[in-house]
Design a protein around this ligand. Structure first.
Ligand code: NAP
Length: 291
C-alpha cells in the first residue's frame, strides 16, 4: 500500500493562518508589525527564489520584511557590519542570512553577527546549544519545520530509531539533536559512512538531508518506515520517491513537503521573537514603596 503523504503545503498553510491571527493581535497590542530582515549576498538564482518566497509569505501573514540584497563582492567584515547594524536596530525582530553565501565569505562569522535574540532562522551557536540542551530558543528552521510536520501527523518519535543522512550545522546535526530531544535513538550518516544501505534498512524514521538526487533507494526503506526528504538538487529530492512510497508508512513529497515547513517555521519564530522582544521592552512594574 502506498504511503500517506506528509503534506507540508497543507500543514504550513494552517500554520500561516494561525500566525496571521497572532500578527493581528500583536499589532493591536503593540501598534506595529513584526519585522524580518532578509540578507542575501550575490546573484544565485535559487537563493533569490528562496528569499522571494520568504518575503511573499511574510506579506501573507502580515510580517513586515526588509530586504537587503548585497553585492557578490562584499567581504566578510562588511557583511558582518551590515548584520551587526540589523542586530542593533530596535525596529528589527528577526534576521535571516540566506545560506549559502559565496565561498569567499566566512559564513560562520556572518551567522555569529546575528544577535541570538533575533536568530529566527536558528543558525547561531547560541541557537545550536539551545537545541542540544533542549532549552528554550530558536530551532534551525528546516529541522524545526520537519519536527512540526511529523507532529502534525502524530508520528511517534520516542524510542524509535531515526537515521539522519547529512551532518551540516544548519540541517543534519540539529535535526538529530531535535529528534534525540524527543527520545528517538539517532544515527548520523554522512559522506564517509560505510554501508549507508544497512543503516537505512534498520531505520524507523529516515531523514535525508544531503543534496544527492535519488541517493536513497526505495528498496532500502524498511516497510512501514517514515521517510522525510529535505534534499533539493536539480529539482529532485534525495529519496527515490516512486519506489520509497510503496514501502513507507509516511513520506514527504518533493516539492511540497519540507520546503514550505521551513518557511512557516521561520515566520513562526519571527513572530515569537517579536513577542519576546516586545515583552522584554515593557518596563517591569516598580514596587509601590520605591515610587
Ligand atoms: P551540505 O552542507 O552540503 O551537507 C550535505 C551533507 O550530506 C554533508 O553532511 C555530507 O557529508 C552529506 N553527504 C554528501 N554526500 C553524501 C553521500 N553520498 N552519502 C551520505 N551523506 C552524504 O548541505 P545542507 O545545507 O545540509 O543541505 C542538504 C540538502 O538539503 C540540500 O539538497 C539542500 O538544498 C537541502 N535543503 C533544503 C531546505 C528546505 O527547506 N527544503 C533547506 C536547507 C537545505 P560530509 O559532512 O561528510 O561532507
Amino acid at each position: 500500500m502506498a504511503a500517506q503523504l506528509l503534506d507540508g503545503r497543507a500543514v504550513s498553510s494552517a500554520m500561516l493562518a494561525e500566525l496571521r491571527a497572532e500578527v493581528v493581535d500583536f499589532g493591536r497590542v503593540h501598534g506595529r508589525r513584526p519585522v524580518l530582515a532578509t540578507v542575501l549576498v550575490g546573484e544565485d538564482p535559487a537563493s533569490h527564489t528562496y528569499v522571494r518566497m520568504k518575503v511573499n509569505r511574510c506579506g501573507r501573514v502580515g510580517i513586515q520584511s526588509r530586504r537587503f540584497d548585497l553585492d557578490v563582492g562584499i567581504d566578510t567584515k562588511e557583511l558582518c557590519r551590515v548584520i551587526g547594524d540589523l542586530s542593533a536596530d530596535p525596529e528589527v525582530d528577526g534576521i535571516l542570512l540566506q545560506h549559502p553565501v559565496p565561498g569567499h565569505i566566512d559564513e560562520r562569522a556572518a551567522f555569529e553577527a546575528i544577535d541570538p535574540d533575533k536568530d529566527v532562522d536558528g543558525v547561531t551557536r547560541t541557537s545550536f546549544a539551545a537545541m542540544a540542551f533542549t532549552e528554550e530558543g530558536f530551532a534551525s528552521a528546516t529541522p524545526g519545520g520537519i519536527l512540526a510536520l511529523l507532529d502534525a501527523y502524530d508520528v511517534p518519535l520516542a524510542g524509535r530509531h531515526a537515521v539522519v543522512i547529512g551532518r551540516s550545522a544548519i540541517l543534519g546535526k540539529p535535526m538529530g539533536m531535535l529528534l534525540l530531544g524527543r527520545d528517538a535513538t539517532v544515527t548520523y550518516c554522512h559522506s564517509r559512512t560505510t554501508n549507508l544501505r544497512e543503516h537505512i534498512e534498520r531505520a524507523d524514521i529516515v531523514v535525508a538531508a544531503v543534496g544527492v538526487p535519488g541517493l536513497v533507494k526505495g528498496e532500502w526503506v524498511k516497510p512501514g518506515a517514515v521517510v522525510v526528504d529535505a534534499g533539493y538538487a536539480d529539482n529532485r529530492g534525495d529519496v527515490d520517491f516512486d519506489t520509497a512510497v510503496e514501502r513507507a508508512s509516511f513520506i514527504t513529497p518533493v516539492p511540497g513537503g519540507v520546503g514550505p515547513m521551513t518557511i512557516a517555521t521561520l515566520l513562526a519564530q519571527t513572530v515569537r521573537g517579536a513577542q519576546r522582544r516586545a515583552a522584554a521592552s515593557v518596563a517591569p512594574l516598580q514596587p509601590l514603596s520605591s515610587r
